[in-house]
Design a protein around this ligand. Structure first.
Ligand SMILES: O=C(O)c1ccccc1NCC(=O)[C@H](O)[C@H](O)COP(=O)(O)O
Length: 271
């Protein structure tokens, strides 16, 4: 058993996901060498600037919404039966999304690499690869599939890995959303220097969401960072509460995915 398995501060669902992901990456490395993935990353389509798209919205006094393309999740099971990533991406862009988030994890979220490729091809806004990154290989893979940004989760990475993964993503031209759940994780995330700090409102021990998670951490975050509140945003009241605390960047999945027309729901809630 590794130190990580014994670490009781890491929720069981994350341990399960990371154990599975580590094996997946090992298997994938046998199929496609890192050298070939690096070559594909270097010849991928040009990066769409993710942070700049967020800043543009904020500069116009609008919410910067990262709209999630997500079929299912561990907490909610299947969220959307009629799941056509290209249609969803177009709808989100028309609804005013700054950026997209596309789940590529297959085992726990029913995502796919192809979903990111299809969604990105159907719109002109930047896309984050939403997955559980445990290995540099996945960062090259992200760029190779067209991702403009990656997610790094502090709860599952050492400070050393976070820094080197962040540097690698930036060297490939991508932006990075660093995700935290509490003050200890935030203290690790801030020195890395990422412009985007995601605060996940979902407690992964019981899947409850509380927007106080975001509110409680705000005073620790310098003003030059963009705080993205993630998970559990469902109503205009939720959005108003965040805005009252000067948080105007959001990552939203379920509230859009359950609507017939996700982009219309985005526009109705945010604009
Ligand atoms: O959502 C889950 O069940 C989950 C479980 C384990 C790790 C991560 C998980 N969620 C990922 C996310 O960050 C959400 O998809 C994202 O913040 C959007 O949340 P929501 O608007 O509540 O769908």
């Amino acid at each position: 058993m590794s130190t990580y398995d014994e670490d009781s501060s890491v929720p069981d669902i994350l341990k399960k996901i990371i154990t599975h992901k580590t094996q997946e990456v090992y298997d994938q490395r046998q199929r496609v060498s890192q050298e070939d993935v690096m070559k594909a990353a270097i010849s991928a389509s040009p990066v769409r600037p993710f942070v700049a798209a967020m800043r543009d919205k904020l500069a116009n006094n609008q919410s910067a919404v990262i709209a999630e393309v997500k079929k299912a999740s561990p907490s909610k099971g299947v969220i959307r039966e009629h799941f056509v990533p290209s249609e969803i991406a177009k709808s989100y862009e028309q609804g005013g999304a700054a950026c997209l988030s596309v789940l590529t994890d297959e085992n726990f979220f029913q995502g796919k690499t192809e979903y990111l490729i299809e969604a990105r091809a159907a719109c002109s806004i930047p896309v984050i690869r939403k997955d559980f990154i445990v290995d540099k290989y996945q960062i090259y893979e992200a760029r190779a599939m067209g991702a403009d940004c990656i997610l790094l989760i502090v709860a599952v990475l050492s400070a050393e890995s976070l820094t080197s993964f962040y540097d690698l993503a930036k060297s490939l031209g991508m932006d990075v959303l660093i995700e935290v759940h509490d003050a200890d994780e935030l203290a690790i995330a801030l020195p890395i220097g990422a412009e985007l700090i995601g605060i996940n409102n979902r407690d992964l021990r019981n899947f409850d969401t509380s927007l106080n998670t975001t509110i409680d951490l705000l005073e620790m975050i310098p003003e030059d960072r963009i705080v993205v509140t993630e998970s559990g945003i469902h109503t205009k009241e939720d959005i108003a509460l965040m805005r009252k605390h000067n948080v105007n960047s959001f990552l939203v999945g379920e509230a859009f995915m359950r609507a017939d027309e996700p982009g219309t729901q985005l526009r109705n809630l945010f604009f």
